[in-house]
Design a protein around this ligand. Structure first.
Ligand code: PMP
Length: 423
């Protein structure tokens, strides 16, 4: 049955039915949250033992004898750089381990280029116009950073294999376009992973000398399946850029926020030798050294790439049933409504697309029934979804029973919003 084939009277009957169901949900006085991509407390418990890794009796020296209790080593202790290099798919020498947030590293990267310019180019802040390519739907906090700097954001469609590269190539050829936001693995929020072809084209396209790809690989090890055949891995942008003769084009970022503790993990970036030298010099003015005890704690808890993979398999075991539940519930409840949604193999989100003009209404109905969703429009620059159709579903935080209820409410609200357009 497709809603589009129903008569207006049939739609009215269905709408009345859904409104009754909605009233019953409202009467339950729910308070549920599917808004942010936070790990659940069960996931956080997985890393609780890390807090016992260091204590007053521990050897608090890094492998090279650095006393991690003291100032210094702005780029991070060697073993933490090696650990993060495995996530960043790079060499430890080209990795800087920062503080506890990769978003903060991205903000600083823009702020530095804004104030000082990069590799001898004019500071972005001195230019009349700075533009930025924003694959959509994308991560709202990326867009908040570029918006804050007054950078003009230009939407480009994010397809199943990455951004629409015809559009990206055309835009990047403009000298005033200085960057692009990319979440190349299990993208936030669509869950897509960039294809090799997209990586090649990003590396090879014509762009300004100081055009920078912000390669935010936040979900590079966040697979939902432990079967390697079901796991997605993106090609390395740095190698592709170097081979294309554009070695300074990419800044890569990652963090352990969704491995250990968000807000208390370690974050890192990797780039070319020249970029890392430039950044290190400027960062040394900004800070004497980040939290090396936290770096040490992470290395002793996670050890290496294999240790990270083992730990991530535990996260996956907790997350998989939630993603399965989203798929089952939406498939069962929304058949015939014309809605679509993504089927990610990793990451933290599902992107839902309803008929044009329904997203705000669905979010509002859900809120009135006690279910908080990410705001409609959030995955777009300036919070403007041109079709008012996309909603980011974040199933990680609520326990399964609460998620089940929240999804039922979501589907009921969706059916109401779709039917209201048809009667
Ligand atoms: N990038 C993406 C794509 C994210 O989804 C998130 C977390 N929601 C972050 C960055 C934030 O990372 P961090 O905690 O390292 O700042």
């Amino acid at each position: 049955m497709s809603y589009a084939d129903l008569s207006s009277a049939e739609c009215s009957t269905l709408l009345d039915e859904q409104k009754r169901a909605y009233a019953a949900w409202k009467a339950k006085d729910l308070s549920l949250n599917m808004a942010r991509g936070k790990p659940s407390s069960a996931q956080l418990d997985l890393s609780a033992p890390m807090l016992n890794v260091l204590n007053a009796a521990s050897d608090l020296q890094a492998a090279d004898g650095t006393d991690c209790r003291n100032y210094g080593v702005g780029v991070g202790i060697r073993e933490a750089r090696e650990l993060m290099a495995t996530m960043l798919d790079d060499e430890a020498d080209r990795v800087i381990v920062g503080g506890e947030s990769s978003l903060n590293l991205m903000y600083d990267a823009i702020a530095r280029n804004w104030a000082f310019g990069t590799q001898g180019c004019t500071p972005w802040g001195k230019l009349d116009t700075v533009k930025w390519i924003c694959p959509v739907p994308g991560y709202d906090r990326h867009f908040s950073i570029t918006e804050l700097f007054g950078i003009e954001m230009i939407n480009v469609a994010l397809n199943e294999d990455g951004p629409d590269m015809d559009a990206v190539e055309q835009l990047a050829a403009d000298e005033s376009v200085k960057g692009i936001w990319c979440v190349p693995t299990y993208s936030n929020p669509s869950g897509c992973t960039y294809s090799d072809e997209v990586v090649e084209r990003l590396a090879n396209m014509k762009a300004a000398d100081d055009f920078r790809i912000f390669w935010d690989n936040a979900y590079c090890v966040h697979h939902l399946s432990s079967d390697p055949a079901e796991q997605e891995h993106v090609a390395d942008i740095a190698r592709a850029c170097a081979a294309a003769g554009n070695p300074n084009r990419a800044y890569k970022f990652a963090s352990t926020s969704k491995i250990t503790f968000p807000g208390a993990g370690i974050a890192a970036m990797a780039s070319s030798e020249a970029n890392i030298a430039e950044i290190t010099k400027l960062m040394n003015v900004q800070i004497i050294g980040h939290d090396k005890l936290n770096q040490l704690r992470h290395v002793r808890f996670l050890h290496d790439a294999e240790g990270i993979a083992e730990h991530m398999a535990k996260h996956a075991a907790l997350l998989r049933p939630k993603f399965d539940l989203v798929e089952e519930t939406l498939s069962r409840e929304l058949e015939g409504t014309g809605c679509t949604w993504t089927h990610p193999r990793g990451g933290y989100f599902v992107t839902f697309t309803g008929p044009q003009g329904t997203a705000k209404r669905i979010v509002e109905l859900a809120r009135e029934a006690g279910v908080t969703l990410t705001g409609a429009g959030a995955p777009f620059p300036y919070h403007k979804d041109p079709n008012d159709a996309v909603i980011r579903i974040a199933p990680s935080l609520p326990p399964v029973e609460e998620l089940a209820q929240a999804l039922e409410v979501f589907c009921c609200c969706t059916k109401i919003a779709v039917l209201e357009k048809l009667v």
